[in-house]
Design a protein around this ligand. Structure first.
Ligand code: NAD
Length: 260
């Protein structure tokens, strides 16, 4: 294997207008991919920024909860490029609400965006990826899809996405399409807006004592898209500063001060 890392020629990033999705998009474009940035928000400013920096990108209007919008975006990509080698199902929302405080409409909206969206997306892109000779799908779950997180809508949607990734990985292997999930811990984006007390308290359980940088999440996602992970499918990469594996005892030891 050469030292050079190769990325798909065309990659679709949902929720790419802001937050982590924008960072994945900028980085992929800087490494030579054409990035199709799809969002309910306007991504034209980011597309212009990428193009003026010498990269290649296009803006696509997409509500991930709408299967017909997915079909339109895939048609746009097929007409413009004739191929698709990567999909990052990144669009997501989080309302930090405990069980009895979760209204039914928030439950439904969270499931629709965070879980139904990636299902519709994988279904929509699979034929074009198959025609393109295969590809890689990276679903952005969360550590809330690996532990019992206090907010049921978010946690259930992300656990669902963890399982959906593994199920699709088995089905899609015959077409040369790999499917994996990335599980970020805390990352300082708009998604955590207004939650500074929650973040400060959570960081006490993070062995690394800090949030992730955008680069730290993007590198895990891009590894899974790249030709450095060609035998990796149906698995999880957790990028959380040790929170899931060691957060409990990190906090216990920090609070007791010593072991005996
Ligand atoms: N920030 C964190 O600490 C954290 C931790 C773990 C997992 N995540 C996950 O990472 C992903 C990205 O989160 P972020 O922190 O960058 O969030 P963000 O709020 O900064 O960005 C989310 C993007 O998704 C878009 N979006 C929302 N609803 C959409 C829809 N229906 N259709 C298309 N686009 C839509 C928004 O317009 C926005 O551009 C999410 O799936 C989130 O659950 C975030």
């Amino acid at each position: 294997m050469s030292d050079r890392t190769n990325y798909p020629g065309v990659v679709l990033v949902t929720g790419g207008a802001g937050g982590m999705g924008a960072h994945h998009s900028r980085t992929l474009a800087a490494r030579g991919s054409h990035v199709c940035i799809a969002d309910v928000a306007d991504s034209s400013a980011l597309v212009e920024e990428i193009i003026s920096g010498g990269g290649s990108a296009s803006a696509h209007s997409l509500d991930v909860t709408d299967p017909s919008a997915w079909a339109r975006v895939v048609d746009e990509i097929r007409s413009a490029h004739g191929e698709l080698g990567g999909l990052i199902n990144n669009a997501g929302i989080s309302r930090r609400l405990e069980f009895m405080d979760t209204p039914d409409d928030i439950w439904e909206l969270t499931m629709k965006i965070n879980l139904f969206g990636p299902f519709y997306g994988m279904k929509a892109v699979a034929p074009l990826m198959q025609e393109s000779g295969g590809g890689s799908i990276v679903n952005i779950s969360s550590i809330a899809g690996q532990v019992g997180y206090f907010s049921p809508a978010y946690s259930s949607s992300k656990w669902g996405l963890t399982g959906l990734s593994k199920s699709a990985a088995g089905n899609f292997a015959q077409w040369g399409i790999r499917v994996n999930s990335v599980h970020p811990g805390l990352v300082g984006t708009d998604l955590l807006g207004g939650a500074s007390d929650f973040v400060a308290a959570s960081l006490k359980s993070v062995p690394f004592g800090r949030m992730a940088t955008l680069d730290e999440i993007t590198e895990a996602v891009l590894f899974l898209l790249s030709d450095k992970s060609t035998y990796t499918s149906g698995t999880e990469i957790t990028v959380d500063g040790g929170l899931v594996s060691n957060g409990l005892y990190h906090r216990i030891i920090a609070e007791t001060g010593e072991l005996s």
